[in-house]
Design a protein around this ligand. Structure first.
Ligand code: URA
Length: 434
């Protein structure tokens, strides 16, 4: 920035407008994002603005402008030269959510390109790249040339998102993280969608989770977030739909990294836990419908090995060995049922925190994860159990981690009398379209 540059707006006026419940006009909002990205608007001013948005919300047009300004802060990719439809999936994150792993090769098996530019885990929700890095040799960082070649040849790519996409969001997200402003729906929606729209996908399916293990505890907030994101995608020419899915209970039986890869491979082999298969199939159907294949027989591609073949090719293309043994932990600790009955409750959040404390997740972005650490569940809510039967097994490299993990799990499950269990509702609660 040159010292003589005259700025066309004042951050304080924009903050006051939002503080007083007004709508910020387009030029001012675009300037705010640009001036923050280049360091003219201070963190303190952007934090005050983010808090005003959290408290007073934004109009649909303001959210559209904010998203567009964040897209314009960085590069825009285009997959037009591929000559294939591209469709992506984004999950707002949950415990045991490994769906991207079987989903990307499953959808690519139908000739659609699936660019999954992913991140690492922070806190209790795991990161897709951390999971895949438990496969010996597998490489997350690809050049743009490698990404395009793999999309053209194999169709599915899961790799690290480059730093060039929506840099304004990167800076703003880090600020929100330390100023209590992550939960603002306009800010979450613009953050997620700016990256997805900048990525250049033709279509996008959102898995918006609600419940104790999700960002949004309340289904009404999740619905509002989903509607906001679907509108943003649609307004930008990205065909977008969303599913609202339950995240009160961990997904599947594996929570961690290597064990989630193992479970994903079971799904690709035509098996795997019922809930993981249900969600994988539902999201694949949504993605293929947006890619012009509403009648694709998704289950057949899991049963006859086509999805597995694409998985193996995808892993090999990134230097991974799909046949290599996955790491196992040095120590395990199994918790058993203390009475006969039915497993009535299994709370996602404490199980996610426990897996994190075992070493499966990281507290700071620069920390490594332990690929073999995690939790294997042996029963799910609704299952009848007998006293002494294993309920779940903790795995870690250092036994000293068990105590803190077990303390997170205090009160996280409950066994009631047999015959008293009532399911809380279906896993996939609603479908949101434009
Ligand atoms: N994920 C994002 O990328 N941004 C948010 O604001 C929340 C979740």
């Amino acid at each position: 920035m040159s010292a003589s540059q005259i700025e066309p707006f004042d951050a304080i006026d924009i903050i006051r407008t939002k503080r007083d419940g007004g709508a910020v006009e387009e030029g001012a909002l675009r300037w705010m994002v640009d001036a923050y990205t280049r360091g003219f608007v201070a963190d303190s001013q952007m934090a005050a603005f983010a808090m005003a948005v959290l408290l007073n919300g934004m109009e649909r047009d303001e959210i559209r402008v904010l998203t567009d300004a964040m897209i314009n802060s960085g590069e825009r990719m285009s997959f037009a030269s591929l000559g294939k439809r591209t469709v992506d999936k984004h999950s707002t994150g949950g415990v045991g959510d490994k769906i991207t792993l079987p989903l990307a090769p499953l959808v690519a098996a139908f000739g659609v390109a699936v660019p999954q530019l992913s991140g690492r885990g922070l806190g209790h929700t795991g990161g897709t790249l951390d999971k895949l890095e438990s496969i010996p040799g597998w490489r997350a960082a690809l050049s743009n040339e490698e990404l395009f070649a793999q999309l053209a040849d194999i169709g599915a790519v899961i790799c690290a998102a480059g730093t060039g996409l929506a840099p304004a969001d990167k800076k703003l997200y880090a600020l929100r993280d330390v100023t209590g402003t992550v939960e603002a729906i306009p800010l979450i929606a613009s953050s997620i969608m700016s990256k997805k729209i900048a990525e250049g996908t033709d279509a996008l399916v959102l898995d918006v989770k609600f419940g104790g293990g999700a960002f949004m505890r309340d289904i009404n907030d999740a619905r509002e977030l989903a509607r906001t994101m679907v509108a943003l995608g649609t307004d930008s020419g990205v065909a977008t739909t969303a599913l609202l899915t339950d995240m009160n209970v961990p997904l599947g039986l594996a929570i961690g990294n290597a064990n989630e890869v193992r479970e994903s491979v079971e799904v690709l082999a035509g098996g795997g836990p019922k809930d993981v298969v249900e969600l994988t199939v539902a999201l694949a159907r949504e993605m293929l419908a947006l890619a012009g294949q509403p009648d694709a027989d998704v289950e057949a591609a899991l049963a006859d090995g086509r999805a597995m073949d694409t998985w193996r090719a995808m892993i090999r293309a990134q230097d991974g060995d799909p046949d290599a043994a996955l790491p196992t932990a040095r120590e395990t600790h199994t918790v058993t049922a203390d009475r006969d009955g039915v497993l009535a409750e299994q709370l996602a959040l404490p199980f996610g925190i426990a897996a994190w404390r075992l070493g499966a997740g990281r507290a700071r972005a620069q920390d490594p994860v332990q690929h073999a650490a995690g939790i294997d569940l042996h029963a799910k809510p609704g299952d009848e159990v007998r006293a002494g039967q294993p309920l779940f097994t903790l795995s870690a490299d250092e036994p000293s981690r068990f105590e803190r993990a077990l303390s997170a799990l205090d009160g996280a499950w409950r066994i009631d009398d047999a015959g008293t269990y009532e399911a809380s509702g279906p896993l996939i609660r609603e479908r949101i379209t434009a």
